[in-house]
Design a protein around this ligand. Structure first.
Ligand SMILES: [Fe+2]
Length: 247
C-alpha cells in the first residue's frame, strides 16, 4: 500500500485497486473445471488517522476562527459552520495533498475525474475551501456532494457512541442495522445500479480520523440524540488552481 508520508492510511471498500481484483482461475474441487471471479474496477476513499500535530493545528485554527459564517455555502442543518484559515498552507501541504497523491497512485496513476485528468497533471490542487461544523443533538447534514476535485472530513469530537444511541427508547423494535443515529454514510451504486451505503457507526474511537474522497461522492451525517455536547468536524475541498501551473 502506498502511504502518504507521516501518518497511517488505509483504503476502504469498494475495492480501490483495480490491479488486484481479478483472481486467478480456481480449480472447482467437486466438478473439476476451473473458474475465476471477475469484479469490475471501482473507486473508493481513503481513511487515515491524523498525527497529534495535525489535530493540534485544527483545534488552534478553530479557536482562532474569524467568525466568517460558512453556513450559506453548505447544505448542513447544523448550528454553526465557520470558515477556517489554512495558516501557512499547513494542512494542504502536510495532509491533503499527500492524500491526493496517494489516491492517484493506488488508483492506477489516474484521478477518478477523467475529464480533469490531463489538467490535474498540469495545475496544482489547492485547499481553497476549509471549514468546521458544530453539530448539536437532533441536527444533521443531509446527503450531498461537494465542489472541487477531492474533499475530506475529519471527525474531531464525537461526543456519543453509535452503539449506545441504538439503545435509545425511540428505536425499540427497529432493526439494528436500520438505526442510523450518529452515523456518517457514503452512498454509491453497485454493479446493478442499486444505491448502496457504507456506514460509519461513529464514537469517540473515530476522533482524529480523516476520510478523503472524490468531491462528487455523496455522503451525509445523521443526527444524534440525548447528548448535550457538540459534535465537531472539519471539512475542506481541493480545487484545481488553473492560475498555478506546475513546472
Ligand atoms: Fe460534506
Amino acid at each position: 500500500m502506498d502511504r502518504p508520508e507521516g501518518f497511517a492510511i488505509k483504503s476502504a471498500s469498494p475495492n480501490i485497486n483495480n490491479k488486484k481484483i481479478i483472481s486467478p482461475h480456481t480449480k472447482n474441487e467437486s466438478k473439476g473445471f476451473q473458474f475465476k471471479v471477475n469484479k469490475p474496477p471501482s473507486y473508493g476513499w481513503l481513511e487515515g488517522i491524523l498525527e497529534k500535530e495535525h489535530v493540534d493545528f485544527l483545534w488552534k485554527q478553530i479557536k482562532n476562527h474569524k467568525n466568517k459564517d460558512h453556513k450559506p455555502r453548505l447544505i448542513g442543518n447544523v448550528s454553526e459552520s465557520y470558515a477556517l484559515e489554512d495558516e501557512g498552507n499547513y494542512f494542504q501541504n502536510e495532509v491533503v495533498r499527500p492524500l491526493a497523491r496517494a489516491y492517484y497512485q493506488i488508483s492506477g496513476n489516474h484521478h477518478p475525474m477523467r475529464a480533469y485528468h490531463e489538467s490535474l497533471e498540469k495545475y496544482s490542487l489547492d485547499l481553497s475551501t476549509f471549514w468546521f461544523n458544530n453539530q448539536l443533538k437532533g441536527e444533521f447534514n443531509p446527503f450531498h456532494d461537494h465542489g472541487g476535485v477531492y474533499s475530506f472530513v475529519v471527525w474531531l469530537k464525537i461526543p456519543y457512541d453509535h452503539e449506545e444511541q441504538k439503545k435509545l427508547p425511540q428505536f425499540k423494535g427497529t432493526k439494528t442495522d436500520d438505526i442510523k443515529a450518529g452515523c456518517f454514510e457514503f452512498e454509491y451504486f453497485d454493479l446493478f445500479g442499486r444505491p448502496s451505503q457504507f456506514t460509519y457507526g461513529l464514537s469517540s474511537e473515530f476522533e482524529n480520523t480523516i476520510v478523503f474522497f472524490p468531491s462528487m461522492f455523496r455522503h451525509c451525517a445523521y443526527p444524534f440524540y440525548d447528548i448535550d455536547e457538540t459534535r465537531v468536524s472539519v471539512s475542506g475541498n481541493l480545487w484545481l488552481n488553473t492560475q498555478n501551473v506546475i513546472d
